[in-house]
Design a binder for this molecule. Structure first.
Ligand SMILES: Cc1ncc(COP(=O)(O)O)c(C=O)c1O
Length: 367
């Protein structure tokens, strides 16, 4: 979607906050830990190129979800290591070789398919993914993983890492986490020739299970200042949210009692009311279920009334404010704040989804 800078809706990204969060996490884990910044999905909506460029001296590498996201970073001049966390098409292996992009290898069948078409894997770096209980991608046993390792090495690839991913590191009950950890450790113990990098820690594991860090971490949500457990677990130390979302009043009017607002005429003014319109809607990722949530105007919570449209929402104001008055949808305004997690809770989702869904139509401004 086309970015629309000629309207007052914008996401403000505090790059200093991201750097602060990296420092905070780094200060609470063993000093020699390798730090990978997870910048997939456009850096969780924060803008992958701008974020990666700003933090490239603070981290050892980047994680993305696919080849195209990796190429975007390379084309922007990012020279640090890049690991693709998902499964890549065999056809893109030559791109990985050419642009020094590390691939995840998750199964033996994939390796056999690769070798059927690519006999020379020199210059290719890979990490083996172990499925210790997430059930998505990865080897379920050490023998198959090692078979893949040997085949890849015989054809010239460098098997640099082995990793897993936890399903419940952000939850209160630790039994399943412990089971996964045990499984991963048992698989590692079976390896004859362990790769150099061993990693299992996403944000939640880094924050609440720092004792289980092997020698690298993959920091996503927490790096952006968000609590990966939402409201379940308290952050063990301070993190600063990096993203705020702002718009402005583009139209305002006083409606008489009994007037309807928005598609479906779902809202009716119970008395004479001031209704203002903001240029943001579900096409921006401000989804329809945000009806009846609030925004901040002049330090006050004002309700979103009527349905969320594709490009506009309507809010009720205590009195007329001039056109151009700033409205905060996520972030602070006066002494009040609306957090991404509050938006997520209202929407019955997780803060990850709220930021990832902010569409390309919203310009990102960096400070
Ligand atoms: C394999 C893997 N590692 C790390 C991460 C980063 O997770 P988080 O954002 O919770 O730090 C993700 C995110 O989905 C992932 O899929």
């Amino acid at each position: 979607m086309k970015t629309s800078p000629h309207r007052p809706t914008k996401a403000l990204i505090n790059l200093g906050a991201i750097r602060y969060n990296i420092q905070q996490m780094g200060a609470h884990i063993p000093q020699e830990t390798i730090k990978w910044a997870v910048v997939k999905a456009n850096a969780y909506g924060h803008g992958a190129v701008a974020v990666a460029t700003a933090i490239q001296n603070d981290v050892d590498g980047f994680c993305v979800s696919n080849v195209d996201e990796a190429l975007e970073l390379r084309q922007a001049g990012i020279t640090k290591k890049i690991l693709i966390l998902g499964v890549s098409e065999v056809e893109s292996v030559s791109l990985a070789q050419e642009f020094d992009i590390t691939l995840t290898v998750a199964g033996l069948e994939w390796v056999e398919g690769l070798l059927a078409s690519h006999s020379n894997l020199s210059g290719l770096t890979v990490h083996l993914k172990i499925d210790s209980g997430m059930g998505r991608i990865g080897f379920r046993d050490a023998q198959e993983a090692q078979e893949a390792q040997v085949l890849l090495q015989e054809h010239g690839a460098y098997v640099e890492g082995v990793f897993t991913h936890f399903a419940t590191a952000d939850e209160q009950y630790e039994a399943y986490f412990d089971q996964q950890l045990k499984c991963f450790k048992a698989i590692l113990a079976d390896f004859k020739d362990l790769p150099e990098l061993i990693h299992a820690s996403n944000s939640a594991t880094t924050l609440w299970h720092a004792e289980t860090i092997f020698n690298a971490v993959r920091m996503g949500d927490a790096m952006y200042g968000l609590n990966p457990s939402g409201r379940v677990l308290e952050l063990p130390y301070d993190l600063k949210p990096a993203l705020s979302l702002e718009s402005a009043i583009v139209h305002v009017k006083t409606l008489p009692a009994g007037a309807c607002v928005g598609y479906g005429a779902t809202y009716e003014t119970g008395s004479e009311q001031v209704i203002a319109t903001l240029p943001i809607g579900y096409a921006d990722g401000w989804t329809r279920d945000m009806q009846n949530f609030s925004v901040l105007v002049d330090g006050q919570l004002c309700p979103i009334v009527g349905r969320v449209s594709m490009d506009q929402i309507t809010i009720r104001l205590p009195h007329i404010y001039p056109l151009g008055t700033k409205v905060t949808l996520i972030g602070s305004n006066g002494d009040k704040e609306i957090t991404t997690t509050e938006v997520a809770t209202y929407r019955r989702t997780i803060n990850y989804e709220v930021v990832c869904l902010l569409s390309d139509r919203i310009p990102r401004e960096y400070y």
